[in-house]
Design a protein around this ligand. Structure first.
Ligand SMILES: *[C@@H]1O[C@H](CO)[C@@H](O)[C@H](O)[C@H]1NC(C)=O
Ligand SMILES: *[C@@H]1O[C@H](CO)[C@@H](O)[C@H](O)[C@H]1NC(C)=O
Length: 364
């Protein structure tokens, strides 16, 4: 009984001060700011993060000053309790309602701007604008991008749109593109990945490669397209047939001009020691082997070599042909070589002539 009486006295005391403040708009230093910012008979609902018992509302006001999250408080007259809110009535006018047992107090000193610290994230850009009166576009802490996490994101105050794609905490999978839209965003898995964009899984595709022996292989690799695009990008050519692939990619270049059929005999060379391998004639040497018998003592040798039987088409694939060397007749020595048409050039599988002075020749 006695206790209740005491409470009542305290409440009346407090109220008296408040009402006095409201009427006279008195010196804020003395009243702890209660005068100007308190509104009797009203409360802010739905944003109370903490309550506290206190004999006087001033105690609550000072507690509010010490808590960065505190934006406003309700004082409950009959319970001598304060309810701390992490919003102001400006931020949430719809939650500001009449209540005969309370008065509302907006923090008047060192109030932290909504969204300016991780402990006080905003839900929308609009809320920040309303709460602060005016706000400039920039990065703010936001609670709606990922539940339970404060994320720094760009707020465009003109459109009131959060750019979810610029956050420090990626909203899409690392293998996805993020596209911001007004009011939302979407994620798209990158090429070679599938999923909803928030999680993307690598599509298992086949990577094509040639080993040292020019043998063609495929290997399952995650994150590549299952068609030929990757390989095409790697080698800059379209693969028409898998078996032709390696030979058309892994070859050696022959570029010395003295192999040309128009070149005379200057220092006499031979192909006794040539490595067995695929070759392509390129540059000053021309582009292909001659398909008719060259005169003697050409391409810087005694017995010049030529291709008998003509060149294959792309569709012929790899063919075996005779390379003839002109000495006592146009084919006095011959050896089997392989030839492939790679579309815009030929490759030849050449091997040692066995003795001198025989040499493979070329022409334009
Ligand atoms: C603000 O208060 C509400 C309770 O009213 C709570 O659900 C929310 O998590 C609080 N926000 C922060 C950042 O503490
Ligand atoms: C992802 O973004 C990159 C770079 O902007 C673009 O080249 C690519 O096409 C995009 N991919 C998809 C699936 O949208």
């Amino acid at each position: 009984m006695e206790k209740k009486q005491l409470f009542r006295i305290a409440v009346i005391f407090a109220l008296g001060k408040v009402l006095y403040g409201v009427i006279t708009d008195h010196d804020q230093q003395c009243t702890g700011g209660l005068s100007k910012e308190s509104i009797f008979g009203w409360m802010l609902q739905g944003h109370i993060y903490k309550t506290m018992l206190a004999d006087l509302p001033h105690t609550c006001v000072f507690a509010c000053y010490k808590d960065d999250r505190c934006q406003s408080l309700n004082w409950v007259i009959s319970l001598l309790t304060c309810e701390f809110s992490n919003r102001t009535k400006e931020a949430r006018p719809e939650d500001f309602i009449p209540n005969a047992d309370r008065f509302y107090f907006k923090r008047d000193r060192n109030r932290v701007g909504l969204g300016s610290i991780p402990e006080l994230p905003a839900e929308t850009c609009h809320e920040i604008k309303s709460s602060e009166g005016q706000a400039t576009s920039g990065k703010y802490w936001c609670s709606t991008i990922k539940t339970g996490t404060s994320i720094l994101a760009y707020c465009d105050m003109e459109t009131e749109d959060i750019d979810e794609c610029t956050t420090s905490h990626p909203v899409c999978d690392v293998n996805a593109n993020c596209t911001n839209t007004r009011g939302s965003y979407f994620c798209t898995c990158k090429t070679g990945f599938s999923g909803d964009g928030k999680t993307c899984q690598g599509i298992v595709g086949k990577r094509k490669y040639c080993d040292r022996n020019n043998e063609f292989h495929t290997k399952s690799v995650e994150g590549i397209e299952s068609n030929n695009r990757q390989t095409t990008q790697l080698y800059g050519m379209v693969i028409t047939s898998v078996t032709s692939f390696c030979k058309c990619v892994n070859y050696r270049r022959i570029t010395n001009a003295d192999r040309k059929v128009t070149y005379g005999k200057v220092s006499v060379q031979c192909d006794k020691t040539i490595d067995t391998a695929w070759y392509r004639f390129e540059g000053a040497v021309g582009t292909r082997m001659p398909t008719s018998c060259p005169p003697l003592y050409r391409c810087n040798t005694n017995a010049p070599g030529w291709l008998k039987g003509g060149h294959p088409s792309v569709a012929d694939g790899q063919v075996t042909r005779k390379a003839c060397f002109h000495w006592s007749n146009c084919c006095s020595l011959s050896t089997n070589i392989k030839v492939r048409n790679c579309g815009s050039y030929y490759v030849y599988y050449l091997k040692s002539t066995g003795s001198c002075w025989y040499r493979y020749c070329s022409t334009d």
